[in-house]
Design a protein around this ligand. Structure first.
Ligand code: BES
Ligand code: MN
Length: 456
């Protein structure tokens, strides 16, 4: 068997940034690395071409009566910028303080390697293990997985499985595993406001036209109520009521608001009434401004009326909100509130549907769960107790993995999301790292789960 940490280092060394064409070689390198590793474990590997970055479909077939697990992961990572804030270069993985540092170490290369290594160990011990395994590893997750849905539709006959198993979500502390049973969805867009056809001298022309930055700022300011709710008619209509067991589970988490506030470095929380901060990130939708631009941003001053201003917006959605319903509501609000003396263009970006799965022993109607999914949840529960000494918590999560809802819709499969990354792992930020103790324990959990499914 290979050394999982060495292999993770090799994986992180490939700069696989999916959004930026200048990393094309890194994307290909990471793809070939994973494909080769899975081949070496005896998997039949197919590299499925897409418009952009291929999807790795690796299968270990077997008797059709055996359980079939799909393990999902992504080999792409976020851009490493800003580079000057990294203590060691993002694509030169280094081990320090029980962690592996590098871009993608936690999101998602470390957690993915955890499952690959678990499978490797298990098959080494029992080459005839009666379980079918399919790895589905994509390279476009960080760009909204544009190729994944068409892939699912085309390959669904090969993806008839019992459930999906993955680790692309978080845990609060090293000793407390969370099985994520809900994810937020997304609707993204960009709004571009144009005033005059060109930048203008603010003395020669100031006073006769509306500045596009003003129009845009007024629009942005209108999109929330003073108490922090999204100020768009109908926005909350489909928000699922929080089940009592979910609030209870969240209380068991035992996290301190004050510690969280300090972790964020903010003077005070800004949370809609009726929710704690920990509830708000899981149970409520948001509307965020991710970036804003326009006019002169250089040194010193410039007396100009800019021609354009723009803002990037992302809405996080919760079950049962639908991107197809929220997007028109958002666009309608923008268009209605934009004054007629400027021109406004809305540019569509990607979206994702929110997801929720109720673990079998929390559900009021246990019979509604397919038996093999219920078995998987129980296997995870037991494995986590064995390895971590306490059961996992079952919680929704604020982040998004949009393909999970697509898998549910197209393949009819639920996902068991074993959280593995910690708040201090710095996902999407400089100095990302993955805790190697969590990795070792995660491997043990994954191994036990797969062995339990196989009846071992
Ligand atoms: N692994 C993350 C999602 C995540 C982050 C889940 C933190 C739980 C906690 C994933 O790779 C990711 O970053 N997703 C993006 C969405 C994507 C469509 C760009 C996200 O959530 O912003
Ligand atoms: Mn991820």
């Amino acid at each position: 068997m290979f050394d999982p940490v060495d292999k993770l280092k090799e994986f992180v060394r490939h700069p696989s940034v999916s959004t930026d064409p200048k990393y094309r070689d890194g994307m290909q390198g990471a793809q070939e690395f994973v494909s080769g590793l899975l081949r070496s474990l005896g998997f039949a590997v197919e590299v499925v071409k897409t418009g952009l970055h291929p999807i790795i479909l690796a299968q270990r077939e077997g008797d059709p009566s055996w359980p079939h697990v799909i393990i999902y992961g992504h080999y792409d990572v976020q851009p490493p910028d800003p580079l000057d804030l990294w203590k060691t270069p993002p694509f030169e993985p280094t081990e320090r303080g029980g962690r592996l540092w590098g871009r993608g170490a936690a999101d998602n290369k470390g957690p993915l390697m955890t499952h690959i290594a678990a499978v490797g160990r298990l098959l080494e011990r029992n080459p005839r293990l009666p379980v079918r395994i399919t790895f589905l590893i994509e390279g476009e997750e960080e760009t909204g997985s544009p190729s994944f849905l068409p892939f699912l539709e085309k390959y669904q006959h090969r993806l008839k499985a019992d459930f999906v198993f993955l680790s692309d979500t978080g845990i609060p502390r090293e000793d407390q595993i969370v099985v994520t049973c809900g994810l937020r969805g997304l609707v993204l867009c960009e709004v571009e406001v144009t005033g005059a056809r060109t930048d203008l001298h603010s003395g020669l022309h100031g006073g006769v036209l509306r500045n596009p930055i003003q129009a845009l700022a007024e629009l942005c300011a209108s999109l929330h109520t003073p108490d922090g709710r999204v100020n768009i008619a109908g926005y909350y209509d489909d928000v699922l009521e929080v089940a009592p067991w979910e609030r209870e589970e969240l209380r068991k988490l035992g996290t301190e608001e004050e510690a969280y506030r300090e972790f964020l470095g903010i003077p005070a929380f800004y949370v809609p009434p009726g929710y704690t901060p920990f509830e708000a990130v899981r149970f409520l939708p948001t509307l965020e401004f991710n970036g804003v631009g326009g006019g002169y941003q250089g040194e010193g001053s410039k007396t100009v009326i800019p021609s354009k201003a723009l803002v990037k917006i992302s809405c996080r959605l919760v079950p049962d909100q639908k991107p197809g319903k929220i997007r028109p509501l958002l666009y309608k609000a923008i268009r209605e509130r934009m004054p007629g003396d400027v021109t406004c263009r809305i540019i569509d970006q990607h979206e994702g549907t929110p997801y929720i799965v109720v673990p079998p022993d929390r559900s009021n109607t246990p019979a509604s769960q397919p038996p093999r999914l219920a078995r998987a949840f129980r296997a995870v529960d037991r494995a986590v107790i064995d390895v971590f000494g306490r059961p996992p918590l079952y919680l929704r999560e604020g982040g998004s993995v949009p393909i999970i809802a697509d898998i549910k819709r197209v393949l009819g499969l639920d996902s068991v999301l074993l959280g593995l990354f910690l708040p201090e792992d710095n996902l999407h930020a400089p100095n990302e790292s993955f805790n190697l103790r969590v990795m070792q324990k995660g491997m043990a959990v994954s191994e036990k789960v797969l062995a339990a499914l196989a009846g071992g």
